[in-house]
Ligand binder design. Structure first.
Ligand code: PMP
Length: 416
């Protein structure tokens, strides 16, 4: 029977196979029919502690039997209260307010709306958003507007709002990016939104902590709100809980999702500093923050996030991250000797490199390599000709070796 499902980021016209996954445990996917596959991209960057983590699964089951869903406008519940307190304890002190939503994109939409609300309620006409070239913040209209324009969103350009884009601070070109940010802030930009240290969907591009720190200083100097989109970089991916930590940066607004629930169930938060909350705080109902979704702070998702926080508090998560990061360094160093592997780079638990010449997201190499990885029992999904490895922290040394063996074979084949 043919399926009627329309899959995301999938060209059905190419007739590529769509494997069906029956179950998953740790870093391994079990397919219908019995095949196994190592999940080397954390199921789209979300799974941190491994699939079917018993503590998270138990929290979900327990909560589902107790309170599954409740309106969150004017109502509250224990899992959300516990989670807000837990996030306050682990995230920077000045991020005093926690606003819930359901995905990385909505956490960014919320951040943008908070920033604009802040300026409106202060009576200042500041609404320009500054972004970074190659940035990615989601696929909704607002998040596409603040993301890179290109193949992802060509059809929707007429709907996207105008932003000021600064160059990516590639090594040696940092000053141009800083100067452009400074100029935009001088003109009264409302906010600067950025993925700290690592631009994910834009091609796993890394830049330095010093540059990030300087960008935050520039924003602070001009009162431009600094929005850190840590949807992908958060929860240890870059080696620290937040990537911002490595630069000593505390944002005005912080977006978190993906690893917030260990990657088990959708949930997001936008954390804001007190002045942003205060700007909306009033006796006037017209100044409330006008954002909601049906499932805001869904109790089951909050329970999963509380289990994730308990894992961070009680298990050696940081050691696991450090171990995986070290292994990524050594595997990548070996791989880098391959003549077809260009521009190898690594940050924390993530390693990336390009195969052959720069080709962009629609490079035919991507589906070719994906199929070859699949044949070798590895889930890797290159971004164009950029191959990256972003496994769950529980991946074993043998499993990671198997991933790199597959990469070695595949780049041999495609380069040869
Ligand atoms: N921001 C960043 C940095 C992301 O990497 C992503 C997703 N890859 C998003 C936002 C959007 O998150 P979601 O897909 O959960 O909407």
């Amino acid at each position: 029977m043919t399926s009627s499902i329309w899959h995301p980021f999938t060209q059905h016209g190419l007739g590529e196979p769509i494997p069906q996954v029956a179950s998953a445990k740790g870093a391994v996917l079990h397919l219908e029919g019995g095949a196994e596959m190592i999940d080397a991209i954390s199921s789209w960057w979300v799974t941190t502690h491994g699939h079917a983590n018993p503590r998270i699964a138990a929290a979900i089951a327990d909560q589902a039997a107790r309170l599954d869903q409740i309106i969150f406008a004017g109502w509250t519940h224990e899992p959300a209260e516990t989670l807000a307190a837990g996030l306050r304890a682990i995230m920077p002190d000045s991020l005093t307010r926690v606003f819930f939503s359901d995905s990385g994109s909505t956490s960014v939409e919320v951040a943008l709306k908070m920033a604009l609300g802040y300026w409106l309620h202060r009576g200042e006409d500041r609404h320009r958003i500054v972004v970074m070239d190659h940035g990615y913040h989601g696929d909704t209209i607002g998040t596409m507007s603040v993301g890179a324009r290109g193949a992802f969103n060509r059809a929707y350009q007429p709907l996207l709002f105008d932003v000021t884009s600064i160059p990516f601070p590639a090594t040696g070109a940092e000053q141009a990016a800083l100067d452009a940010l400074d100029a935009a802030c001088r003109e009264g930009a409302a906010a600067f939104i950025v993925e700290p240290l690592l631009l994910g969907a834009g091609g796993m591009l890394t830049y330095g902590a010093d540059t990030l720190a300087e960008m935050a200083r520039i924003c602070a100097r001009h009162g431009t709100l600094f929005i850190a989109d840590e949807v992908m970089t958060g929860w240890g991916r870059t080696g620290t809980l937040l990537a911002c930590e490595q630069a000593g940066v505390v944002p005005d607004i912080l977006c978190l999702s993906k690893g917030l629930t260990g990657g088990a169930i959708p949930l997001a938060v936008t954390m804001a500093s007190e002045p942003i909350y205060e700007a909306h705080y009033s006796q006037d109902r017209g100044r409330m923050f006008f954002h909601s979704s049906s499932y805001t702070a869904n109790p089951i998702a909050c329970a999963a996030a509380n289990a994730n926080l308990a894992i961070w508090r009680e298990e050696p998560v940081r050691e696991r991250i450090a171990t995986l990061s070290r292994r990524q360094v050594t595997r990548l160093a070996t791989l880098a000797r391959h003549p077809a592997a260009r521009n190898p780079r690594q940050i924390g638990t993530i390693a990336a490199f390009e195969v052959g010449a720069a080709e962009g997201y629609l490079s035919n190499l991507a589906p070719t390599m994906l199929a070859m990885f699949r044949e070798r029992g590895v889930l890797l999904r290159p971004l164009g000709n950029t191959v990256y490895v972003m496994p769950p922290y529980c991946i074993s040394e043998e499993q990671l070796d198997a991933v790199y063996t597959a990469i070695d074979e595949v780049i041999d084949r495609v380069a040869g």
